[in-house]
Design a protein around this ligand. Structure first.
Ligand code: NI
Length: 204
């Protein structure tokens, strides 16, 4: 396994429409292992193969997941590996703050679907169908499959002025807090509420 360099916006491989995988051979297994290690290292919640310079239809995702039987238990990690993924159904709209490992240091608010159904193959070549609704998984599935089609989330912004620099946001918060006479406890709560959520925090 190896951590691979992540390609950044401006690299032509991110604008290529990735090709279907025809044969899930040892090189694809190696690619998947390397993508998972690269995603963990970043760290991020998802990665598409063209983000590591390979224009093939492979995505890896890992999102925190609550145990439905015990919401108090520590979050589990839900890992998804999909080869030749296709969105077969999506519905609804929601506005989300999104980020991307290929556009580091920024986030932007875009519209995503509420409900997303995807089919594809797992790493053993078995057909799988995944339905995600109103959660981080639904967002990341759309984000990663966009990557395979050469689409970045910033393409959905009306202008690049709508990109928010994460450092700027932090310093604005610091400034706001300096002017704030609230108690330390209130400040801690404000910090927690202002932290970017989901893919914007993890990148994908
Ligand atoms: Ni991304």
């Amino acid at each position: 396994m190896a951590v691979l360099p992540i390609r950044l916006a401006g690299d032509p491989v991110l604008r290529q429409k990735a090709k279907k995988v025809r044969d899930i051979d040892a090189s694809i297994q190696q690619l998947i292992d390397d993508m998972i290690e690269t995603m963990h290292d970043a760290p991020g919640v998802g990665l598409a193969a063209n983000q590591v310079g390979v224009a093939l239809r492979v995505i890896v995702i890992e999102v925190p997941e609550e145990d439905p039987d015990d919401p108090e238990a520590p979050l589990q990690r839900h890992q998804v590996v999909l080869i030749n993924p296709q969105i077969v159904k999506r519905s609804g709209e929601r506005r989300l703050d999104e980020g991307c490992l290929s556009v580091p240091g920024y986030k932007g608010e875009i519209t995503r679907s509420v409900s997303v159904t995807v089919k594809g193959l797992d790493r053993d070549g078995k057909s799988v169908r995944i339905k995600a609704e109103d959660d981080l998984l639904a967002e990341v599935l759309e984000h990663e499959i966009d990557h395979l089609n050469g689409v970045l989330y910033i393409d959905y912004l009306e202008s690049m002025d709508q990109l928010v620099k994460l450092e700027d946001e932090a310093s604005d918060e610091d400034e706001a807090q300096a002017k704030d006479n609230a108690s330390d406890e209130d400040n801690a709560l404000a910090n927690a509420a202002a932290a970017p959520s989901g893919a914007a925090r993890g990148g994908s």
